[in-house]
Design a protein around this ligand. Structure first.
Ligand code: ADP
Length: 471
């Protein structure tokens, strides 16, 4: 795709064409570790310039000659504007997690620089740590606000970390005979290493391979897994299981500031759901990376619905009140998840994170948190998926607003709605909801699965921000 054809619709408007990405007296320079939609978006952004960087391997080998932690001299730019050397030659960096881990502690960041990922994002995105942090906040909430408040944390299936909690797990296992459990490597993704089981002896092979007393000190520490209660009654559409991918943007942890993207998708399994075949990944794992290898997978049809289509389907079937409750539950999951690590994440005004939340609905329409990804896939599986991801990422850049074109007071920017700003954000008056007793209540500024007229909205906010800035 050429640079020109990458420019999305709203940017082709006259107003946008005239707007250059400029910091002070120069253009915005970006670096990008990925070769997918994000690179297209960055290259298509008016006035943004790509900084050709060394590839990851070179970066890694350079790492070996890196100065000691704490020393910033060699990475400091020479002209005070971030133009010459090392980490200073970019304004915006969509880096991968490894790069950040290797470089963050020795990096000097200038006032205007923005980089993807917080230093210890894994506190939320590693499966075992996510659950640990949620359990801790739940306990604290129960202590401070009472048991009933703790109930608002009951959205993740019962989970234990293995091998450390093996014995507690066995007790729980024995208390619930016959139910299905799912084993997942704590730090892997894309369904790798996952399996389901019902009998303890089904995990003896795993135990043999991974969970052995470390008598031999030269052996590696066994890989951490989580064992989790399997949701045996997922909500099915056309007999198939699905989970929902939701995009959440955190621009600050202190104070916590969170944006929620309206669009997302439901990822369906390719094969009808049944509890008879627990060894069949195509039935039980909804990851696209798994499903696309199914023998009867049709790449044209794919296995995705937009969140809007899902919301409409659920509304037609169960009515809008029931569906509002589902989506309110999802908002609760999003914010509780982030609050559980708010005090732990190393906050840095240069960092931001775009999370991919995976939520599963059960047959009672209860939303369950399955996991949170720090690097949700940005590779498009088709045209519609490309458009979704292109808009999502472009609007993410609009929220970060390196061009300084907005006022900073916006509650909606394109497809992103401000969900939390050091407290819940309420929708504008126009979105007040009427209760049955005639009083009105303001609703959360949350529009997941609602119409995403982002181009029109962007035109409006840019025009009004321009007018405000002139006065
Ligand atoms: P990964 O990081 O490898 O994608 P996930 O935790 O997201 O691992 O699990 C992969 C898939 O397995 C999910 O998308 C979901 O379809 C299914 N799954 C995971 N945990 C559960 C669970 N507790 N109950 C039901 N299905 C689950």
């Amino acid at each position: 795709m050429s640079k020109n054809t990458r420019v999305p619709g709203y940017m082709q408007s006259k107003a946008a064409r005239n707007t250059r990405g400029i910091i002070g007296d120069r253009e915005i320079r970006f670096k990008c570790s990925l070769q997918n939609t994000i690179l297209d978006v960055l290259r298509g952004r008016p006035g943004w310039q790509e900084v050709p960087g060394p590839n990851i391997q070179q970066q890694n080998s350079q790492q070996n000659n890196k100065p000691a932690a704490g020393s910033q001299t060699s990475t400091q730019p020479q002209d005070g504007k971030g133009t010459k050397t090392g980490d200073g030659d970019w304004d915006f960096y969509w880096c991968d997690r490894e790069w950040l881990h290797q470089n963050y502690d020795t990096m000097f960041l200038h006032e205007h620089q923005k980089i993807l990922h917080f230093r210890n994002h894994y506190e939320l995105t590693r499966k075992n740590l996510m659950v640990k942090n949620l359990k801790r906040l739940k306990k604290q909430t129960e202590r401070e606000q009472g048991k009933s408040e703790g109930l608002s944390f009951d959205f993740h299936p019962t989970t234990y970390e293995l091998p450390s909690e093996y014995h507690i797990f066995v007790e729980e296992f024995k208390r619930n005979p016959g139910i299905t459990w799912i084993m997942k490597p704590a730090a892997k993704s894309q369904g790798k290493g996952i399996f389901l089981f019902r009998r303890l002896k089904d995990i003896t092979d795993w135990k043999k391979g991974e969970y052995q007393p470390l008598t031999d000190t030269t052996r590696e520490v066994p890989e951490t897994y989580v064992v989790q209660r399997y949701i045996e009654n997922p909500y099915l559409i056309g007999g198939r299981k699905f989970d929902i991918r939701i995009y959440v943007l955190v621009v600050s942890y202190n104070p916590l500031k969170v944006w929620l993207y309206r669009d997302g998708f439901a990822r369906f399994s390719n094969t009808r759901f049944s509890l008879d075949s627990i060894e069949d990944a195509y039935v039980h794992l909804t990851n696209v990376s798994v499903q696309k290898n199914a023998p009867d997978y049709d790449p044209e049809k794919g296995c995705k619905w937009s969140t809007m289509r899902l919301r409409q389907y659920l509304t037609a079937k169960h009515g809008s009140e029931a569906v509002k409750k589902v989506f309110k539950g999802i908002d609760n999951i999003i914010t509780k998840g982030l609050q559980s690590v708010q005090k732990i994440i190393i906050n840095d005004k240069h960092c931001f994170e775009m999370y991919g939340y995976d939520i599963l609905l059960d047959s009672d329409l209860k939303p369950w948190l399955i996991e949170i990804n720090a690097s949700p896939s940005l590779t498009a599986s088709g045209k519609e998926d490309y458009e979704l991801k292109f808009g999502l990422l472009n609007d993410l850049l609009n929220v970060l607003d390196l061009e300084n074109r907005l006022t900073g007071k916006e509650k909606r920017i394109g497809g992103w709605d401000l969900l939390w700003d050091d407290g819940p954000v309420l929708a504008d008056d126009g979105n007040m909801e009427c209760t049955t007793n005639g009083t009105s209540v303001t609703t959360a500024n949350s529009f997941l699965g609602c119409h995403n007229d982002r181009k029109r909205q962007l035109r409006e906010i840019y025009t009004s921000a321009q007018a405000i800035k002139k006065t």
